[in-house]
Design a protein around this ligand. Structure first.
Ligand SMILES: [Zn+2]
Length: 495
């Protein structure tokens, strides 16, 4: 059993690897916090599961691997319970506190430590893991570089970021800065005594990165317009669009992809159902901020998609061109006309039509693959049912000829299934899933060949050989099932 890194700092991710087990074995894993409570499982998409126990399967070499995403894990002694074949192993490890380098110190509602890099100044409260703030410097550089490449703009000033580890600290800091906290978990202001980006940081990595990129885009646009007011849909839409775009280029693309599709689907359903906001109702910041909580996700989603439409239809720099025109004093109407050659009303009508029919192209391609794979998996179930009937028929009536007939039909259906499987053309998104499916159908075919050979010949060696394949068959079946479930979840297809 190995851990990487061996002595993790609080806030970092830890990879666990266990080797030398039997192939295709089940490994049950639960993490316990320093206070002894079971910790919520953090999934690969950085959503915290309501379950604290997860199951892994060893591969053909007897290895299993899992990651603890530790952004919110506090300093102290942690315990991992690993159960394999009813035997419990207890692993203890400690998160140590990252040694703080030379630091600045301020009070803004709560005491904050500060750390400066070439990219940012980040102040953070005691409840935020320092390792997470270190990571944020690197992520900010990543986001700023990508935005510069895509939009051709970069801030002259480096941003000041305030990371507050919980809602109470976040609210006190915002009040100390002279503002009233609302429902946002992120906040940017360019004026007053402590300008900068405020982030409620009780979140896993992906949501932290998204918030930071989102607020950084506001900071960037504020520089581009020299502080001029932008219509909220354009300002928020750019922030939303790029938090997804930057996230999808980062280390956890699927986690960002899932959030992007969710937002796109919220807007698409509203367009198809006719309950989008008129864009004119998404211009005023006051109106935006005072909207009832149940409408908040739609206003963000619709704005995100308005910017996606602008970028995809008129080029990636079209939205920033509108921003620039507004910064030069043009009206929104004129800015849109100058930037894309279509007036505001026409743009909105085209946008709504496009959105009502929208689907993400990568998902659309994967969707038909997933549908066929799902059909094939249904055919596996039908084959297994038929196999059960053939066995029953044989053991009840001992009718050998009938068993042989059934076996031949099974064989034919299995071969047909594998042939259809081989014809499937995976899209890049489902490549990993496809490999798992090929391995599953291969073992199914080999297993059925031995199994049916036994029906036909009655040779016991064939029965033994068939049974020896069952653990791998079970593993492949579960593995494919889990991957299929994850793909459907990420692609937001469970609606
Ligand atoms: Zn925003």
């Amino acid at each position: 059993m190995t851990m990487m890194p061996g002595t993790p700092f609080a806030g970092s991710n830890v990879v666990f690897e266990i080797t030398g087990l039997e192939p295709w074995d089940i490994v049950e894993v639960t993490f316990y916090e320093p206070d002894g409570n079971a910790a919520g499982w953090v999934r690969d998409d950085h959503y915290v599961s309501s379950r604290s126990t997860e199951y892994f399967l060893t591969d053909e070499e007897g290895n299993a691997r899992w990651v603890r995403y530790g952004a919110q894990d506090q300093v102290g002694d942690w315990t991992v319970h690993v159960t394999i074949d009813d035997a419990l192993r207890i692993i203890r490890y400690s998160y140590t506190k990252f040694p703080l380098p030379r630091r600045e110190y301020i009070t803004l509602g709560v005491p904050l430590y500060g750390c400066r890099s070439d990219e940012a100044v980040i102040f953070f409260s005691d409840s935020v893991n320092f390792a997470v703030t270190v990571d944020m410097h690197a992520r900010l550089k990543f986001a700023a570089d990508l935005l510069e490449e895509r939009l051709g703009v970069r801030t002259a000033e480096i941003p000041v970021i305030y990371m507050l580890g919980n809602q109470a600290d976040f609210a006190s800091s915002i009040r100390a800065a002279g503002e009233e906290p609302g429902w946002e978990a992120g906040f940017f202001r360019s004026y007053g005594e402590n300008p900068g980006i405020y982030i409620q940081s009780d979140k896993q990595q992906t949501d932290l990165y998204h918030l930071m990129t989102h607020e950084y885009v506001h900071f960037l646009l504020d520089e581009v317009t020299d502080g001029a007011d932008l219509p909220s849909w354009l300002n928020e839409g750019l922030a939303e669009y790029y938090e997804f775009e930057v996230g999808r280029q980062g280390d956890f693309p699927d986690a960002s992809y899932r959030r992007m599709l969710w937002s796109g689907d919220v807007a698409q359903r509203a367009a198809a159902g006719g309950w989008l906001f008129p864009l004119s109702r998404l211009e005023s910041l006051r109106e935006w901020n005072s909207r009832a909580v149940d409408l908040v996700s739609l206003q963000y989603a619709q704005s995100h998609m308005a910017v996606r439409y602008l970028s995809e239809r008129y080029g990636e720099r079209a939205p920033i061109e509108i921003v620039r025109q507004i910064g030069m004093g043009e009206s929104l109407n004129a800015a849109i006309g100058n930037a894309i050659g279509v007036d505001y009303a026409q743009f909105e009508a085209d946008f709504v039509d496009w959105l009502a029919a929208w689907d993400d192209p990568e998902r659309a391609a994967a969707r038909s693959y997933l549908r066929v794979l799902n059909d094939l998996d249904g055919e596996v179930s039908a084959i297994l049912d038929l196999r059960g009937e053939v066995i029953r028929e044989w053991s009840l009536h001992g009718n050998r000829a009938k068993a042989e007939e059934g076996a031949a039909e099974l064989q034919e259906r299995a071969e047909n299934l594998v042939a259809r499987m081989r014809e499937l053309e995976p899209t890049p998104y489902v490549a990993g899933l496809h490999d798992a499916a090929v391995a599953y159908f291969d073992i199914l075919e080999s297993w059925l060949a031995e199994d049916l050979g036994y029906f036909i010949t009655g040779q016991d060696s064939k029965r033994v050989a068939a049974n020896a394949m069952i653990p791998e068959f079970t593993y492949r079946r579960v593995d494919l099932g889990l991957r299929l479930y994850d793909a459907m979840l990420i692609l937001n297809l469970y609606n």
